[in-house]
Design a protein around this ligand. Sequence first.
Ligand code: M6R
Length: 613
Amino acid sequence: MCGIIAYTGYQAATPIIVEGLRRLEYRGYDSSGIAFVQQGQFRCIKAPGKLNALVDKLYANPNPMLATCGLGHTRWATHGAPSEANAHPHISNDRKFSMVHNGIIENYREIKAELTSKGYKFFSDTDTEVLLNLIAECRKTAPDNLSAFQRAIKLAHGTFALVLLCGDEPDTLYATRKSAPLIAGIGEHENFVSSDVTAFLAYTRKVIFPDEGELIRITPNTCTVFKLDNLAAIQKETQRIEWDAQSAQKGGFKHFMLKEICEQPAVLRSALAGRLDLAGGRVVLPELEGLKSLKKPERIRIIACGTSYNAGLWGSSLLEQWGNIPCTVEIASEFRYRKPLLSAKELVILISQSGETADTLAAVKVAKSAGCVTLGLCNVVGSSLARETDRVIYTQAGPEISVASTKALCSQMALLALLALYWARQTKTLSGEEIQKHLFHFEQLADLLEKELPEMREEAKDFAVRAASARNIFFLGRGRSFALALEGALKFKELSYVHAEAYAAGEMKHGPIALIDPEFLTIAIAPADEMFAKTFSNIEEIAARSGPILAIADKQGGKNIRSEQQLNIPRVPEPFTGFAILPLLQLLSYEAATYLGKDVDQPRNLAKSVTVE
Ligand code: M6R
């Protein structure tokens, strides 16, 4: 995910900004850049790749860099490839403003069209450059830089954290945020703005957290907060950060995995950003335009590995149910060698967080050689999968550092549900009103999850201690909950090294039930959906054989399940319940592994990106 660090004070800005950028590296990025004003002119130095490439360029610069104010950014590409042109900071056409940005300006196309008609030129593919030039345009009639910033921000839709530097106020920073983090650091005759407190923690622990709907103006000795609406100045309390720099890299969380689990509401917002047209009852996916087999595929085949495969399995039922398109799901390492019979009319969807998984990449080749159109669902911009598939849709989950995949799955499920709703409209399987209702529920999910996560975590702790004492566990579910059971078992075994397997609950009596005895634990996923009665019977069959049961169910339905303990699924409209079950399963594994003292972020024998077969 992108990172921002900006400084204004009495010291040379560049080394402080470079140091801040280093502390932001863990977030993952593909280019970086710095801008400052020197002798009345903007200087902007950017480089694709690692930070050292930027540092080499900076210090090869013949001019002394004595500016005491500047902007720094690490970019994790969303709009446009990772390149020097797309790297931040950007400079406005009139060279009076420079800006860094995290997030997405959803209406940048409309703004760009309007600015283009006024003669503006764009040198990157970014939404940031568009908003920056809108600020420059607003400045033509605004009384000052603050008002110009305010006017432009009011016109921008989307999620953003922004810091602006103006050529005629070379030691002043303007900043704002919407659904993206931004923090001001308050020092002695020097101040900071960053997307992550880590970046300036070495200098100050005093911070101000601007809220949404606020703008801040920072000089070496002042930090003033204004209301976005009317520019009235507001008093904001300074707070003190107690974390050490190391743990702050994880945003105060003990492990990256926990941080990433807790980021899922934000991940959902980001996956849906710009893709929901609530008023029109439509999913907006420009990535699917212009190719007939993407507009309305005859058949779909999803191919992936591990957690990404589980996402495919979860989504396939929605693609059939809503999209009315036959859909099968395959494990990439099997698919690539089994000489599959493929029809050129099939759409092949490849899912991968990293975009570098060797088996999934090999599957692209097999599908392409059979003449199929390929669509990648991928998290890493510019990855091999993104380059090799005919089209790619980015999941926009931000970098996932923990080896165990968590938030990436949430974003993959979100995209599959969006695709199902997109095709439901094309195939007219759902009415406009039905699609609108689902979109509305979808949009509410992030807020609901955000509210429920703290309680989910507390509940998962007790449940995890019991599960951690088991030697063998079955994770059971039916329908979409079977895909989640697979994920629950995968997460549990990879983190805690306890033997865990998933079964479709209806399969138990065809063999696995022979293993059930008072020692063999079953974790049953039984949401109140159309499969509840069936799952309930399967659980009864286990209880009848003295098998201990932990139930993941909603409060009401779970009452009748003969379980030792129950983990409550918060109320979520179907078919989105999976988005609430998923963090419960992830937290369960996380808590069990920490209880057992395992290396949560880097489990033994595993790598984040499996680039060999
Ligand atoms: O990067 P990918 O999504 O292609 O990775 C696929 C699997 O290696 C991955 O999902 C793996 O199963 C997870 N790390 C498990 O938590």
